[in-house]
Ligand binder design. Structure first.
Ligand code: TRP
Length: 452
């Protein structure tokens, strides 16, 4: 066997920060709040939390354990245990392409908003003006593509520098800063006059709002937000030393991630109600609402600039994890040159992302059936590819690796896994069955909407 000396994380904290850096991103700050709005509020939040605990956390532990056990990135991890499962690695690479293609579009929006924050253009609480800035951006192919390109180039540059330097050093400062800033914004948002309605909207579940669609979106969001289902956590786990405690890691990352999402929810939704925006606005929600919150704060412009800057970093620590998965496949499995592979793949993803961006321009005609390309990528990645990846991960670790072996791996660092039985039960039965029900529905819906 080829023996490669692998990078290890220089510290456990480095790994937790990097994994949390992958998890915490646009999914938390941009997607979660607007999904709460679109999917009817508290009931969606409650379902999200339920799925997080019974499905997301068990899968997080499964992924990290698989990575550390095999000491290989996603493709190799599956292959080394059972050759027939290599296709899951391929699925992960495809998934990375699709997610990053539209993720980079949103990353571009954030860059553009950062520029607008600096020039002071966002300095207003007027909903019409703010909505106008967003719509103008959506209808300008030049702006959309230019900023998407810049975002992709930034991601490429970080990945070319290699895993440790790029990932570890940047998340150490930026992540805590982002948390602090989000908390400040949330405090401002919930103290605005009229925010109570929004707080209720977030916290009081109206269970009659739970439909198959809402459940599907909530589960897709859990995977998307935790970076589960395309091998990021397997790959990152493979860099962990045998002495590390996997349990605390598998719990702390989802908790950090969910805190970020909830705080972002509290930063956005109460302000939506207080300042007269529309909760069901969709992908523009954060971009339209938060500038108004900043404008109603002392030193608002400064906060606004800092916010968009930190969101850029959060988005980059996520986007580089996706690109890393695609690149490491071509480097580890196909012996490609790292730099060349990164550039080529980055360029391909950018090209794939162009129709996603342009599909948002009114009347552009970039549609797949009833969906814009943007929505199609979003649904295809979160509801189909990630959910499939998560389903296969649970089956693989529960039944092929076996939970018994997995528990051995977890306990090899000397910790006692007190909830081993609960985890095994969840991973063997609850997770695959729960995910499968949603999955069947997602396939059906996706096919229907493409054929329309
Ligand atoms: N979790 C990230 C976010 O919330 C997005 C992300 C990064 C991701 N890597 C991933 C999603 C891998 C799915 C799979 O923004």
């Amino acid at each position: 066997m080829k023996q490669i000396v692998r990078d290890k994380w220089s510290s456990k904290a480095g790994f937790v920060l990097a994994a949390a850096g992958s998890a915490v991103g646009l999914g938390n700050i941009w997607k979660f709040p607007y999904s709460v709005g679109v999917n009817g509020g508290g009931a969606y939040v409650a379902l999200y939390l339920l799925f997080l605990v019974i499905i997301g956390m068990p899968l997080m532990l499964a992924a990290i354990t698989l990575g550390r056990k095999t000491q290989l990135s996603v493709f190799g991890a599956y292959k080394s245990i059972d050759k027939r499962w290599s296709f899951v690695g391929a699925l992960a690479v495809i998934c990375g392409f699709v997610i990053l293609a539209f993720y980079s579009a949103v990353g571009g929006w954030v860059l553009y908003y950062f520029k607008n924050a600096v020039t002071g253009r966002l300095n207003t609480t007027d909903p019409t003006v703010l909505a106008g800035i967003f719509t103008d951006m959506m209808n300008s192919p030049k702006i959309l593509i230019f900023y998407q390109l810049i975002f992709m180039l930034m991601t490429i540059m970080i990945v070319i520098k290699g895993i440790k330097k790029g990932i570890e050093s940047s998340s150490k400062i930026m992540m805590p800063a982002l948390f602090i800033l989000l908390i400040i914004i949330a405090i401002r948002s919930v103290t605005l006059k009229g925010s109570m309605e929004g707080i209720k909207f977030l916290l009081v579940p109206d269970f009659s709002k739970i439909t198959m669609d809402v459940a599907k979106n909530a589960m897709g969001q859990v995977f998307f937000s935790l970076s589960i289902g395309m091998g990021v956590m397997i790959t990152y786990g493979s860099y962990l030393g045998k002495e590390e405690n996997l349990l605390s890691t598998a719990v702390s990352i989802p908790i950090l991630d969910t805190l970020a999402a909830l705080i972002a929810g509290f930063a956005t939704i109460p302000a939506v109600f207080a300042l007269g925006f529309e909760a069901g606005e969709g992908p523009g929600l954060m971009f339209i609402t938060l500038p108004a919150v900043f404008a109603s704060m002392p030193m608002g412009q400064l906060f606004c600039i800092a916010f968009f800057l930190l969101v850029i970093f959060a988005a980059l620590t996520s986007s580089m994890s996706m690109l890393e998965i695609c690149v490491s496949y071509f480097v580890d499995e196909r012996n490609k040159d790292r730099k060349k592979a990164t550039l080529t793949i980055g360029a391909l993803i950018f090209l794939l992302g162009i129709p996603a961006s342009l599909s948002l321009v009114e009347g552009s005609g970039f549609r797949l059936g009833s969906l814009t390309f943007f929505d199609a990528y979003d649904k295809l990645s979160a509801n189909i590819l990630l959910t499939t990846g998560a389903f296969l991960l649970s089956i693989f670790v529960a039944w092929v690796v076996t939970t018994k072996e997995a528990v051995k791996e977890i306990e090899s660092s000397g910790v006692e896994f007190k909830l081993a039985n609960v985890w095994s039960f969840l991973l063997k039965y609850i997770v695959p069955v729960g995910v499968f029900i949603i999955l069947v529905n997602s396939y059906k819906d996706f096919i229907v909407s493409i054929l329309q």
